[in-house]
Design a protein around this ligand. Sequence first.
Ligand code: BES
Ligand code: MN
Ligand code: ZN
Length: 510
Amino acid sequence: MKFSVTRQPVNEIDETCLIIFVRQQKKSIVLSSFGQAVDTACDKNLSGLIKRKQLDASREHIDVLFEPYGMNCKQLMVVGLGDVEKLTKAKTRKLLGHIMSSLSRRKIEQVAVSPADFAGPDADDPLDEQAQFTQLLVEAAYANQYCYIETKGEVEKKNSREKTKAPAKFTLLIENEKDKGAVQRHVAIGQAIGEGTNLTKNLANMPGNVCTPTYLAKTARAIGRKYAMPVTVLDEAKMKKLGMGALLSVSKGSREPAKLITLEYNGGDKGQAPVVLVGKGLTFDAGGISIKPAAAMDEMKYDMCGGASVLGVMRALGELKLPVNVVGVVASSENLPDGAANKPGDVVTSMKGLTIEILNTDAEGRLILCDALTYVEKFKPAVVIDIATLTGACMVALGQQASGLFSNDDALAEALLAAGDTVGDRAWRLPVWEEYQQQLKSNFADLANIGGRFAGAVTAACFLQRFAEDYKWAHLDIAGTAWKSGSSKGATGRPVGLLMQYLLDNLGKH
Ligand code: BES
Ligand code: MN
Ligand code: ZN
């Protein structure tokens, strides 16, 4: 997909399909000044249709006029915005998804659209609204284009590609040359987020026998090569030297060696403290000796979605070249039952020195993450954000709408919540109060790895918090938001959007 930003008289636009927006105001249908220019070029065709009540401006209604008179384009796609007063960002996203699938279905190769036409005559901040719209459009194009083909046969691969064929070229029409910079910048942001998100989805959707810890390490190395980011991959021997007894206790039940993967993106000033992202990368979680029930166990290939989101963000940063320092860490292993696997009651020693009684081997995410959280102290981070499909309890609490957010720093929590709101990738904060720590008491170690029946998402976060005392820390539990089940089973790419917006919002503030 190519996106270009240009100024052009409406009757010269020669892309196959020109999109225009119509809005409903009280009982009448209103055209923007761009719409009016199109109307003039095609000899009042549009206003004629409006007069004769043959045009529908209700939201998501799409009319297509073929071979419009006086125009160079082959199709005029007239998209209803409904009442623009009620048009939220979420609704715009949905509308754009609808437009993209209509374009794909009709196999349109080239599209032209005017962000100013979308912003309309009543925009409070027209340039900002054009820029926002542009980013949403680009992101929607990427989301529509995504299609999993990695492990399909040739015939199915071709079919799937055909079904999601996206337009090859989008032309964003601007009215003033001075708007070009802002629109172009938001094309770039949308592309970076789109590509990062699609990488995250693809890694997540791959089966556990393909996407192993070693595969994630290879992917990280490829990103590192492409964008000149230093990459280090610790193998089990190196982790042993560092005393990562909690992480290694999980991987010793698996034949796939664990990897602790680090990518460094240095876009900011030298010496500027980095934002550190730590992702849970369990490429398959069977539960270990505390084995999970068989139903839907395949979905535990998604237990690496936190790690995949870190790689997606690093890729997006490489594309966008934001002026910020970010360290991305993926702690990766499998969790399987085996003669060498952790047993309930086993006590292990973490890198921090705290001993942990493993009362349930299925609470492995925190065992992996706690050592990663200690490891990242060496980066002297401005903030550390971990991302993990950590608890079924978080899904029970918040459903598939919101990720769980936990933090030891109010400003960091607020910033993450705000970023999620902005991009429609929302999180909801839950407490990590001292009072919950008593649930993690053990008679045989410094702490237990489970906290009983109540507040499972909170006690998991409280466990992690014990290893994150020396810096500002936030934890995103994405168990409910990272993928969808059922007939539309597939990764969502969340929370790449939230994390990128957080980085964009906080440039220069770390
Ligand atoms: N990866 C799972 C959490 C999970 C389960 C995410 C289902 C999404 C859907 C995690 O490792 C796990 O098994 N957690 C246990 C913790 C429990 C043993 C305290 C859980 O949630 O059941
Ligand atoms: Mn588990
Ligand atoms: Zn898990």
